[in-house]
Design a protein around this ligand. Structure first.
Ligand SMILES: [Zn+2]
Length: 249
């Protein structure tokens, strides 16, 4: 299975090939293997970036979220050419489809050994012991089409999060481009908001918070194994999600 596309931030083309292989899920780039673990993360400012041996691989979160949803922790090597995982349509649904032939494989979910909480200003992420997995994500944006949104899984199934796209604001585009970011962004791979409304059409009610929950799953994958527990993120960010995953790694 091969998937190609451009990166959201770099605009650079990349190709990923999925190979069945024994052992934990890992990336293979220029002959070097790296496991997607929180300890390998080198940047979280706009996306989650893995780094090793002078190499960087940006925007791993949507692919990792698809691996989380599929329950794939072992049996796969992901060969990468390019600096950034392709953004595709901005969601994780193509990754989910690409992974459907790989079996769910890996350790059974481990009960959380305690409660963990990380925070920054009015944002927080936490994990608490619980007999089953659950996820609650909330966001608050001062925008007439967003405001406060929340999603709870269950009742929402994790695969339902996969079709929610990356979102952004038209008024931020020039500033981000000036920083060398979102060079590959377009209306084909993001839900974009104007000052008062939408620039393109949302796929679902609450698409931004569904996407934030998808990002959370992708970053939680960096703990390296599944955990049974209650996970909550209020106004989360890649930085906070990865800090939480690092406590669990
Ligand atoms: Zn995302």
């Amino acid at each position: 299975m091969t998937i190609s596309g451009i990166g959201l931030h770099t605009g650079e083309p990349a190709t990923l090939r999925f190979h069945p292989a024994e052992g934990p899920v890992r990336f293979w780039l220029r002959g070097v293997e790296v496991r997607p673990l929180a300890s390998a993360v080198v940047d979280t400012s706009r996306c989650t970036v893995l780094g090793w041996g002078g190499h960087r691989l940006m925007t791993v979160e949507h692919l990792l979220a698809a691996l989380y949803i599929r329950g794939i922790w072992e049996g796969l090597v992901i060969e990468v050419s390019g600096p950034e995982v392709p953004i595709l349509d901005g969601s994780a649904q193509e990754w989910l489809a690409a992974l459907q032939d790989f079996p769910a494989l890996g350790p059974a979910p481990l009960p959380l050994p305690g409660a963990f909480r990380v925070e920054q200003g009015r944002s927080s992420a936490m994990a608490q012991p619980s007999p089953s997995f659950s996820l609650l994500v909330t966001i608050l944006f001062p925008h007439p089409k967003i405001g406060y949104q929340q999603v709870a899984c269950p009742p929402v199934g994790l695969p339902e999060l996969a079709k929610a796209r990356t979102f952004g604001f038209l008024h931020e585009v020039e500033a981000l481009r000036a920083q060398g970011l979102i060079r590959g962004a377009s209306l084909e791979n993001a839900l974009v908001f104007s000052q008062q409304g939408y620039v393109n059409v949302p796929r679902m009610l609450g698409e931004p918070v569904y996407h934030k929950a998808l990002d959370f799953l992708g970053d939680l994958y960096l703990a390296g194994r599944p955990y049974q527990g209650r996970f909550v993120a209020h106004r989360g960010s890649h930085r906070l999600h990865v800090e939480l995953a690092r406590l669990l790694e």
